[in-house]
Design a protein around this ligand. Sequence first.
Ligand code: NAP
Length: 503
Amino acid sequence: MDIAAAPHVLPGSCDFTVFGGTGDLALRKLLPALYHRDLEGQLPEDYRVLGVSRSDLDDEGWRAEVRAALATYVDPSDLYEGAVERFLGRLHHLMLDAEDPGDWDRFHALLKDRPQPEEAVRVFYLAVSPTLFGAICQRLDEIGVVDERARVVIEKPIGHDLASAREVNESVGRVFDESQIFRIDHYLGKESVQNLLVTRFANTFLEPLWSSHWVDHVQITVAETVGVGGRGGYYDHAGALRDMVQNHLLQLLCLVAMEPPTYVGRETVRDEKLKVLQALKPMTPADVDHDTVRGRYVAGLVDGAEVPSYADDLRPTVGHGHGSSTETFVALRTEVQNWRWAGVPFYLRTGKRMDRRASEIVVVFKHPPHPMFPNAEGVTTPNRLHIQVQPDEGMRLHLTAKEPGPGGIRLRPVSLDLSYATAFEQRLPDAYERLLMDVIKGNPTLFMRRDEVEAAWTWAEPILQRWSASPERPEPYPAGTDGPTAATTLLERDGRSWQEPDR
Ligand code: NAP
């Protein structure tokens, strides 16, 4: 066991500071998540949530904003007036410009204005632009509120490339030890993603099949129906590879491909994920040309409604869009070059304004080695394990069965379904609920370590470099479709096709 590691226990006291307490992430995700955990009585007995922003709000003003956010983002059946009041009573707001060194004495005073037990934990959640990470950490250090029980949480984007990721990691690492830095990837907090680990490692039937001997290929898709919305300014400098592939899709790939650790512990899982990232086939310029596809949406129909092109979506925030070569869709083929996975393609695909919203992993097994039912009617499709990450978290194993009836044999694909919602008949916590509790308890297993982030950038950077050097531009695809035709060809040339649900 991880004997050297401190146990993950709930501290008796915690100050949870959200820098950017009035922002979208805080109001839509973090505060509803804390409310839910409070409702379940899982937060420390003595805790406060301190919101920090430049907005001119006192405690009551911020509480009113949070109340409205809870009304919007929490299911009405989980909103109890007494519980909401109790939660809001824990909240305090401080108007502070993180970039102004003069303001920080007031933050120090707020943190110190009540006696706290020795074991009190301080969480600093940086729900602000990454450009502020370094300055905030430095100020926290200067005012003397970072001790060994302090934790800092940072969100993507962690860098724009390898060099800038290193800069972010170094600026935060100057103040916080790596063990105190929680780099959040909310995909890892999803029930179905954690269940992937349990399915693989708490059962025996899959492991003998989980390799190039029996797996034909793996597909990972994260498809969104939304466009760039109000994030155009950020997105036009990022694109789909930086925004989704370098972090979320590679993390999912790691969980599929990693070796079983000796046990599931704080460093063991991350060690194994790192090995997968280091084993990804490096992309040469020729590989980038051959194995990657970039797309960008043009006007189309999503759910029956007309939606504008990417360029038009950018206008309100950026003012233009035709000039940039930012991709809103990526499909690529890679391999994990190790003993287990040699030669097995991993196809990754992500896009905005697609025909459906879905995050899923499909492990496609090989055909049976010998056709045992040569005279059977119907179709034999290879077995597939379909892990649905969102929406409707669940898992489906596709098999071939005999259709009931006398006479000959007729084959038909059927599936064994595990729907989380129906199997467990309970509300599924949002990923942030799980992850915020892990931060408070000091469990970093589901967070990205510095070496993982940098290994992911090391792999992704040659793709970005090749694209930026290439005169080619992303292939247009109409909004509301499954992406550019080149993405279909990417698999067809290997004799495969993208697996859509229920097909
Ligand atoms: P946002 O809506 O623009 O909110 C930014 C927050 O930071 C606001 O509360 C803002 O309040 C505060 N802020 C800005 N400058 C400040 C300063 N100098 N001092 C103190 N507070 C300051 O952004 P967001 O969408 O919440 O995203 C926050 C971070 O999380 C970004 O890095 C984003 O990339 C990342 N992220 C967000 C999401 C999401 O779902 N929203 C998902 C993944 C990652 P004032 O303007 O009042 O100061």
